[in-house]
Design a binder for this molecule. Structure first.
Ligand code: AR6
Length: 171
């Protein structure tokens, strides 16, 4: 399994699944969530509503998947990152769970490639350096196990995250 770093907009990436930094309502919002729903079209929201009706949304740290609608990816895996609230409210475990649960879904769907945004580091204010360390460590740990995944991309929208990831991955 290779880990790659890209700078840009995750909605343009043609991988098997892109991950969305959603909220537990699954009804969309700002940031990357807004961009995915806007560009992916209403098919994504329709499936999110079905999931809500079935299981009442998505808890923090959990993940669900839908079609990617009009996006070049095949699926969107929606995960709900923790809101940063000082660091002693299980934020790190919950953020790690977001990455691991998304990777597990990708493996269950026998996908080969997945792209992650920097979950929780925007509107949810998770400190970027700490979030990057958790993200990279979770993906590396998952990569040690047997899975269908061959390629994991970290897609950084902002320069600060890109530089943080570059530094950690080059170590
Ligand atoms: N492609 C890749 N990354 C992006 C894009 C994009 N098109 N747009 C923003 N980012 P955020 P959160 C980066 O705020 O912190 C929503 O309202 C951004 O630079 O999207 O997990 C949801 O509905 C940042 O590094 O997600 C929730 O309510 C990262 O994506 C809430 O925001 C995450 O920023 C979730 O907050």
């Amino acid at each position: 399994m290779t880990i790659e770093l890209l700078k840009g907009d995750i909605t343009t990436i043609a991988v098997d699944a892109i991950v969305n930094a959603a909220n537990s309502s699954l009804l969309g919002g700002g940031g990357v969530d807004g961009a995915i729903h806007r560009k992916g079209g209403k098919a994504i929201l329709e499936e999110c509503i079905q999931i809500r009706n079935r299981q009442g949304g998505c808890a923090t740290g959990e993940a669900v998947y839908t079609t990617a609608g009009n996006l070049p990816a095949k699926y969107v895996i929606h995960t709900v990152g923790p809101v940063w609230n000082g660091g002693s409210n299980k934020e790190s475990q919950l953020l790690q769970s977001c990455y691991l649960n998304s990777l597990r879904i990708a493996n269950e769907l026998t996908l080969k490639s997945i792209a992650f945004p920097n979950i929780s580091t925007g509107i949810y204010h998770y400190p970027k350096q700490q979030a990057a360390e958790i993200a990279i460590h979770a993906v590396q740990a998952f990569g040690e196990e047997e899975s269908s995944l061959e390629q994991v991309l970290f897609v950084c929208f902002d320069n600060e995250n890109y530089q943080i990831y570059q530094k950690i991955l080059l170590k």
